[in-house]
Design a binder for this molecule. Structure first.
Ligand code: C2E
Ligand code: MG
Ligand code: MG
Ligand code: MG
Length: 291
């Protein structure tokens, strides 16, 4: 099991954590309570079109609003939730919440795209496609407005099973993205067979591309690979304007990162989107003018 160590206050989730230990039982109890008491929160981070500067949609990112520990980030409980099977309830909750949010957007006249992350375990959940289909119908969400983000590693866990599930999503009309592209173990032979629509370049490459020419070459190559295969490409981890300039020069389709906006509580998203505009390019004489 490849997950990193996860600390939740005094409780430490380690890959080798004995699932019958007191630590594991206590974390298990807390997670169960978190779901029952609705302590999970859905945050949204915008995805912006690089050619037009328009907001195209958002990625849903889960947080745990813990009564004493504050806002717990996903990497501190998602690996444990995957290990224990709780991820199923978390994923179902996120999908339902996302469908509700999409409906609110549509009711206020906006047609945006929403992305939700799936884990390896979700890809072998044979109830998930039908469940998702019901949710989309219930909330009147056109399937092409939902994108499921899946990492290469999650697919490679059980590639044949994953492929079957992805084909069902594809048949339903739901979009799919390969997340953190370039960091996992995958093969181009699989990429060719997967019914995906989008590649997301991992933020480690994007964040290093200004200082490391190898990373810059990787980013450039992934953009070309995606376009040659007819996929759209998203860069995550844009932290400054230079990254924006560099990526738009490379023809990257969509951008996501702290420079645009950090993930925000879902009820703040519409207000944010209505005021967003691409910051104007600083004029050449600006530095002189402020002297
Ligand atoms: P991810 O899907 O690759 O999500 C992108 C992560 O990068 C998010 O971290 C986001 O806050 C962060 N990020 C975005 N822009 C920037 C930037 O400019 N700079 C930096 N340094 N970071 C940036 P977050 O929300 O902590 O999520 C971490 C990971 O946890 C996600 O990576 C995803 O793999 C997982 N995750 C989050 N929510 C869910 C969920 O609902 N279900 C599942 N299965 N996994 C989730
Ligand atoms: Mg993601
Ligand atoms: Mg990612
Ligand atoms: Mg990641």
């Amino acid at each position: 099991y490849k997950a990193k160590q996860t600390h939740l206050g005094h409780i430490v989730f380690r890959p080798e954590l004995d699932m019958r230990s007191d630590e594991a039982l206590s974390l298990l109890g807390e997670l169960r309570r978190a779901i029952e008491h609705q302590e999970l929160r859905l945050f949204l981070q915008p995805k912006v079109c690089m050619a037009s500067g328009e907001v195209k949609g958002a990625e849903a990112l889960v947080r745990w609003q813990h009564p004493t520990r504050g806002m717990v980030p996903p990497m501190k409980f998602i690996p444990f939730a995957e290990q224990t099977g709780f991820i199923r309830q978390i994923t179902y909750w996120l999908l339902e919440e996302s469908a509700r949010i999409w409906r609110q957007w549509a009711d206020s006249g906006l047609r945006l795209d929403l992305s939700v992350n799936l884990s390896a375990r979700d890809l072998i959940d044979s109830d998930l496609p039908a469940h998702l289909n019901r949710l989309l119908i219930l909330h009147g969400v056109p399937p092409e407005h939902l994108c499921l983000e899946i990492t290469e590693s999650a697919i490679m866990d059980d590639p044949n099973h994953a492929l079957q599930t992805l084909e069902q999503f594809h048949y339903m009309g739901v979009k799919m993205a390969i997340d953190d592209f370039g960091t996992g173990y995958s093969s181009l032979a699989y990429l060719k067979r997967l019914p995906v629509d989008e590649l997301k370049i991992d933020k480690s490459f994007v964040m290093n591309m200004q200082h490391d020419s190898q990373d810059e070459k990787i980013v450039r190559s992934v953009i070309d690979l995606a376009h040659n295969m007819g996929l759209r490409v998203v860069a995550e981890g844009l932290e400054d304007r230079r990254a924006w300039e560099q990526l738009s020069a490379l023809d990257c389709d969509l951008a996501q990162g702290y420079w645009i906006a950090k993930p925000m509580p879902s009820d703040q998203f519409l207000a944010w989107a209505s005021t967003w505009q691409l910051p104007a390019q600083p004029e050449a004489g600006d530095a002189v003018a402020t002297r």
